[in-house]
Design a protein around this ligand. Structure first.
Ligand code: ZN
Length: 146
């Protein structure tokens, strides 16, 4: 898929500083929890969209969830992988966690449907402007474990 000799297109990369700042969200699903109204946010926020308070604390969310909405990308953006069709989904994280839009991997398009139980896996996302590969969460069906 990707190789050392592949050119690094500036339009397809994320700045290294931004990649560093959002590493906890990408690696461990860390978002924010509002101490005032109890709302969870992913990705994390600086101001709560519900009560507009700023007393937010970091919160790590569960690594499993349920598919609530599906989509299939037949022409992914440059730098986001060349394998098509590419299944995407909105998932509801377990324990009443927030919704997350994510790539679904190790899954046929026919297998992807609402109600599918999924778990977090750590995969390559795309490249940073310095050429490093950026890694982060994707989800796969729990039944394909092993
Ligand atoms: Zn709030």
């Amino acid at each position: 898929m990707w190789s050392q000799s592949e050119p690094i297109y500036r339009i397809a990369t994320q700045s290294t500083a931004k990649a560093w700042r959002n590493r906890l969200a990408r690696y461990r699903l860390v978002g924010t929890h509002c101490a005032s109204c109890g709302m969870d946010h992913f990705p994390g926020r600086h101001v709560c969209p519900k009560c507009h308070k700023r007393d937010l604390e970091p919160k790590e969310f569960p690594r499993t969830g349920t598919v609530v909405c599906t989509a299939v990308d037949h022409s992914p953006l440059m730098g986001h992988g060349e394998e098509v069709p590419k299944p995407l989904a909105v998932i509801k994280l377990s324990e009443d966690g927030p919704f997350v839009i994510t790539d679904i991997v190790d899954c046929d398009v026919e297998q992807l449907k609402e109600g599918l139980e999924v778990e977090l896996v750590f995969r390559k996302w795309r490249r940073e402007t310095n050429g490093n590969y950026m890694y982060g969460y994707k989800f796969r069906p729990i039944s394909t474990r092993g």
